[in-house]
Design a protein around this ligand. Structure first.
Ligand code: IPM
Ligand code: MG
Length: 354
């Protein structure tokens, strides 16, 4: 039976970049079936809610989800807060689909070396993956509230051993099978109790992966080290909020936020995990509709989908190679200093699929 993909283009540049990812997917795996659905501000405008029941049902009935982006100034002030695309669509999608493992690879392509705002450090160019816990921590902890007088606000960071163990195992699996066997667990253990529990559980998990070198690093130091010598990192394992921040930093030093794909998985590492795939850049309302968005993060997210959800690693590599070749030929959008439009960048990738 052919695989079914739920396609949720969403807001801002989402539809523009997803269109290019679909062209590439259709060329590489013509038997896959795509079904489109509404999400985010686009869904709110059409049917009054950012995550319609039909959209969630379609995701649950699919093998994977390809998401563009959600949010934008038009919906930023909606009340209640649960009508806003990020809070009302993206976070519930992650939670409802149990997408606890967020993988965000960041690599500086040789042809983009001069685009990085940082010079290569002693360990060479950046080639790392952030393994971010995605369904726990301060994003979801209760209580989250305001006092009735509005003067005080509370967010809560909660982690259980079970939540930490399962994401730690994903980090170690990736470090031991597909990479350079180094894992940096990033936390704030000098201040936070949740971080101290992370250290305990991650140390226990390390015993089952003797081939992986484990180090712990405080998050403020990690933010600094990423600028000083990003090549020292292989796998960065971290909690939800720190992973959010560090993955943006890692993206920027690998040339452009427009390059960074992501996979959010439920049962990683078996080649057929259910997952949601999205570019990490968000809806970029400032350039939406202009045809200049970089489609690479979306195209590379589609490649991750083939690798992790559809069991098609060879096709994934074909796409990644085509992206690299197209960049070498100079088919770069303005965020990379080029003049290519979104669809011209897509044309170049298609041509290089070989
Ligand atoms: C991301 C985004 C989201 C997050 C926002 C839009 C809720 O920044 O995917 O990194 O914080 O997780
Ligand atoms: Mg973010």
């Amino acid at each position: 039976m052919s695989s079914k993909i739920a396609v949720l283009p969403g807001d801002g540049i989402g539809p523009e970049v997803i269109a290019q990812a679909l062209r590439v997917l259709e060329a590489v795996c013509p038997s896959v079936v795509f079904e489109h659905a509404l999400v985010g501000g686009a869904a709110y405008d059409a049917v009054g809610t950012p995550l319609p029941d039909e959209t969630l049902a379609l995701c649950k009935a699919s093998d994977a989800v390809l998401l563009g982006a959600v949010g934008g100034p038009k919906w930023d002030k909606l009340e209640p807060v649960s009508m806003r695309p990020e809070v009302g669509a993206l976070l519930p999608l992650r939670k409802e689909l149990n997408l606890f493992a967020n993988l965000r690879p960041a690599r500086l392509f040789a042809s983009l070396a001069d685009r990085s705002p940082v010079k290569p450090g002693p360990s060479g160019p950046i080639d790392l993956i952030v393994v971010r816990e995605l369904t726990g921590g301060i994003y979801f902890g209760q209580p989250r509230t305001r006092t009735p007088d509005g003067e005080t606000a509370v967010d809560t960071c909660v982690y259980s051993r079970t939540e930490i163990k399962r994401i730690a195992e994903v980090g170690f699996e990736i470090a031991s099978h597909t990479r350079r066997r180094k894992l940096t667990c990033v936390d704030k253990a000098n201040v936070l109790e949740t971080s101290r529990l992370w250290r305990e559980v991650v140390s226990d998990a390390a015993a089952r992966f003797p081939s992986v070198a484990l180090e712990f690093m405080l998050v403020d130091n990690c933010a600094m080290q990423l600028v000083r010598d990003p090549g020292q990192f292989d796998v960065i394992l971290t909690e939800n909020m720190f992973g959010d921040i560090l993955s943006d930093e890692a993206a920027q030093i690998s040339g452009s936020l427009g390059m960074l794909p992501s996979a959010s998985l439920t049962t990683p590492n078996q080649g057929r995990s259910f997952g949601m795939y999205e570019p990490s850049h968000g809806s970029a309302p400032d350039i939406a509709g202009k045809g200049v968005a970089n489609p690479i993060a979306a195209v590379m997210s589609a490649a991750m989908m083939l690798r992790y959800s559809l069991g098609m690693p060879t096709e994934a590599e074909r796409i990644e190679r085509a992206v690299e070749l197209s960049l070498r030929e100079g088919a770069a959008t303005p965020d990379l200093g080029g003049t290519a439009s979104t669809s011209q960048a897509g044309d170049a990738i298609l041509k290089n699929l070989g």
